[in-house]
Design a protein around this ligand. Structure first.
Ligand code: UDP
Ligand code: MN
Length: 822
């Protein structure tokens, strides 16, 4: 024992350590060897897990964060200034609005700087923004009372039934979903004085509005020179009443330059307007009068114009020091955190805080400066504002309604329709009826069973009396001057579908936040909605300012105006879409492909609370509901591009046994009847910056081991010396993961022991092969998808084609296509 100790004390200790260390080293080495033996398989497993995670993430992205779930990027503002206080409430309001707008101006300036950088020679002139437009918030403006509060109680018209099929106009028969709403409304004769019957005269329009704001006569512009910028597609369309401070000579010059560099894609869509642009510039109003006779205008119009009404009843708020007033961030004491958490799930935002903020709070006017100077026509069409809701939070629903009442010209607001999609909260029943009975323009439609937002909107549209339908979410705040710029676009062309800029109301502190400029709605595969800024070169080429309408490939969904007749001509929404999701894609593709246009109008701004989750229940599985809706859209509208949809993680939807997407006959017929353009046309003309290759890879299929190419001749596969000119050697690797030539697919046969050719079938998983060109384990392999143990396509030494267990290093299992697109 002593001996051992002695050993361990001296050099023996070192020896012992060396011995133990080498044993550990040996063990680790063996483990590593084992790992490397299993390398192929474990890598494969890893790959598989990563792939599955990707698919899951993708699907989650689609179904969780869809549409308005993605906020616009928010502009950072100087916190100290936006929170300026103590100098009196109106002062704060003014300051805030200015700061917000300067936030916008900074951006504007940034773009201008960029533009001038690109045109240093000064050859291209850029519109100067009007200098310091004073904001419209005025002290001592109209008190915050609602228009003509009616003492009379709402009369319950319970039992009013909608026919299942209702003729909306002579030519179009609109099929309504099976919805039997009860309608609560004010009896005839007790209407608001502004809600005039019959056509609105231009004089009346202005007169009515004068109740609220002082419209100076000298602001009326008669023969304003046509200052639209012919160079950009939007501006080529009638837009005669816009005022910019651009000197006329520069403008004309700019037109010439830009006409040449015009985007040819977009040009094709606006031929008639290009023709018009070639004519000598006419005075705006005159040009408009001629356009009025065009098919797309609503009836015969008078040509009077006025400055956008910056009407805001909340200019002098009831309580300037109330929480969240002027759209400022509000806080709750930390002792109330538990309460905040407790009530969060009621709406998936800070419901506790929202309930403490006035339902008619003021918010900063975030429009770009020039917006307040824009002119719109006196006789714009009237609109029905439709809010659908299911179990909406009381305070946000009320705030939404108040914001419309307080900031819309009364003569243009025909009514507000609240469609209750079978809410369960008691507060949204009688108490809501009672509350809304003070507003003669508000009607409540109650659905007898849960329909989902798509069919709820259809039910609202079916009873709407305005010429234009304006859909809004039930947790929004409409900003100053929001309505007229939207209606103006519809007035100019009834096939235009304008959307406001959707700003962000913080789900945490309820502050109203300005968003980045030049944002438009787009989609990524597999039909995931997102925001993206217009490409810089597009902005420069078209000399866009921050207040110009923006062509929008896909609308966010919740907030837009549309001519009611046109909505029905388009077949409204596909009523087969359930609950929520995909309907924004459907209506966007439909509008663009069938002759309309979607635009974002920067002079119209509406705040929206973006929630992390839907706060309401889905009658069926949420994910499945959204997937099913999207599959319907893909099947009807995407043509051959639907492969890209399914190919991005939705292969399982092709298995008709697991999912029933319902009957599509009517939707397909409708597309034919409307003679809508192809999805390819949409991609080329509306969303040219979208990358949508129809196949993942194509060309020759080169085997690295054999150094020969696959060939298909007389129904059998063989290898040949590679020759690009031989069609027999051309294959596609598709989004369905098929290796195919024409309609024939290479597929494993006899439990994977041999290979065969079969007519390709999207629903058959044994026709699918995993293939990655690089950066993956088993890169360049063709891995049969249907066999549970991994089997790879291999070139036998004798030139046959076989399936063998995958081996990372085997050159005979490595295949290269000539071109990879995805
Ligand atoms: N909605 C509805 N019925 C439904 C789902 C939604 O009436 O089954 C309403 C909802 O209350 C909201 C609007 O439709 O006013 C849009 O829904 P949401 O705000 O959840 O959509 P998001 O903004 O998240 O895209
Ligand atoms: Mn919403």
């Amino acid at each position: 024992m002593m001996k051992i100790r002695r050993y361990l004390r001296g050099s023996g200790r070192v020896l012992a350590f060396v011995f133990i260390a080498s044993v550990i080293w040996l063990l680790l080495d063996m483990a590593a060897l084992r790992l490397s033996i299993n390398d192929g398989n474990s890598q494969l497993l890893k790959d598989q897990i990563i792939k599955e995670r990707e698919v899951f993430k993708q699907q989650n992205r689609v179904t969780q964060g869809m549409r308005r779930g993605f906020k616009h990027p928010v502009q950072r503002l100087d916190f100290a200034v936006t929170h300026a206080a103590g100098k009196g409430p109106l002062d704060v309001s003014l300051k805030l609005a200015q700061v917000y707008r300067q936030g916008g101006k900074k951006q504007d300036q940034m773009v201008r700087d960029k533009i001038s950088l690109h045109h240093q020679e000064g050859k291209v002139h850029v519109t100067e923004p009007p200098k310091n437009v004073v904001n419209e918030h005025k002290g001592g403006a109209a008190p915050p009372k609602q228009d003509a509060p009616a003492k009379n109680k709402a009369v319950d018209l319970n039992g009013t039934k909608l026919e299942k099929s209702k003729v909306i106009d002579d030519s179009i028969k609109v099929k309504l979903p099976v919805v039997v709403p009860n309608i609560t409304q004010v009896p005839p004769g007790k209407e608001n004085k502004h809600a005039k019957k019959g056509p609105i005269k231009s004089g009346d329009a202005v007169q009515n509005a004068q109740d609220k704001i002082d419209l100076k006569k000298d602001e009326k512009v008669k023969d304003e020179p046509k200052t639209k910028k012919e160079s950009r597609p939007q501006a080529e369309e009638p837009h005669p009443v816009k005022v910019t401070s651009k000197p006329p000579n520069k403008d004309v010059k700019g037109k010439e330059v830009n006409k040449k560099i015009e985007d040819k894609h977009i040009k094709a869509t606006a031929k008639s307007d290009v023709k018009a642009a070639k004519e000598t510039p006419k005075p705006a109003v005159k040009a408009k009068a001629e356009e009025d006779t065009k098919d797309n205008s609503i009836g015969v119009r008078k040509t009077g114009v006025h400055k956008v009404l910056s009407l805001d009843v909340t200019n002098a708020p009831r309580n300037a020091r109330a929480k969240g007033q002027f759209g400022q961030a509000a806080r709750v004491a930390s002792s109330e955190d538990a309460e905040v958490r407790k009530r969060w799930d009621e709406g998936h935002f800070n419901v506790y805080l929202s309930d403490q903020i006035p339902v008619d709070r003021a918010i900063p006017d975030t429009r770009p400066d020039m917006c307040a100077q824009n002119l719109v026509h006196d006789n714009l069409p009237s609109t029905s504002v439709i809010f659908c809701f299911v179990d909406e939070v009381w305070s946000t629903l009320l705030r939404s309604v108040h914001s419309v009442l307080n900031r819309s010209p009364p003569h243009l607001l025909k009514e507000i329709i609240l469609v209750d999609d079978f809410s369960t909260k008691e507060k949204l029943k009688k108490p809501l009826d009672e509350y809304m009975s003070q507003f003669p323009k508000v009607r409540i439609v109650r659905l007898k069973e849960r329909q989902g937002l798509i069919r709820a909107r259809l039910a609202g549209a079916a009873v709407a009396q305005g010429e234009v339908l304006t859909f809004l979410d039930s947790h929004v705040e409409c900003n100053v001057g929001w309505l007229e710029p939207l209606l103006e676009r519809v007035y100019l062309d009834r096939k235009k579908v304008p959307c406001p800029v959707i700003e962000v109301i913080s789900d945490k502190d309820m502050s109203y936040m300005l968003v980045d400029n030049f944002q438009r709605g787009i989609f990524k595969w597999p039909l995931v909605f997102g925001w993206s800024a217009l490409p810089d070169d597009y902005i420069q080429k078209n000399k866009m300012t921050i207040s110009d309408p923006i062509r929008c490939p896909v609308m966010a969904g919740g907030l837009f105006s549309i001519d009611k007749k046109y909505f029905y001509e388009l077949g409204a929404y596909d009523p087969g879409l359930d609950v929520w999701g995909g309907e924004n894609m459907e209506i966007s593709f439909k509008i663009w492909m069938c002759g309309g246009e979607i635009e974002i109008i920067p002079c119209s701004r509406v705040g929206h609370i973006f929630r992390g989750q839907n706060p309401y229940k889905f009658p069926k599985d949420r994910q499945k509901t959204v997937e099913r809706n999207l599959a319907r859209v893909a099947e009807v509208w995407l043509d051959e591009y639907k492969d890209l949809f399914y190919g991005h993680g939705y292969h399982h939807l092709l298995d008709k046994k697991t999912i029933d997407i319902g009957n599509l006959t009517e939707q397909i017929e409708l597309r034919k009847k409307l003679q809508c353009k192809s999805f390819k046309w949409y991609l080329d003309n509306v969303y040219p910056d979208m990358n949508a290759p129809l196949v993942k890879a194509e060309g020759l299929v080169f085997n690295r081991g054999l150094r020969k190419c696959l060939s298909l001749q007389k129904g059998s596969l063989s290898f040949e010396t590679c020759d690009l000119s031989k069609q027999s050697q051309h294959f596609n690797y598709t989004w369905m993961r098929h290796v195919r030539q024409q309609d024939l697919c290479i597929t494993p046969h006899n439990q994977g022991s041999s290979l065969a050719l079969q007519v390709c079938d999207n629903a058959k998983s044994d026709h699918r092969w995993f293939h990655k060109s690089s950066k993956a384990a088993l890169a360049e392999h063709l891995i049969a998808e249907f066999v549970s143990h991994h089997m790879c396509l291999e070139a036998g030494a004798d030139g046959t084609l076989i399936l063998n267990p995958c081996e990372t290093m085997s050159a005979f299992q490595k295949w290269q296509f000539t071109n990879y697109h995805a």
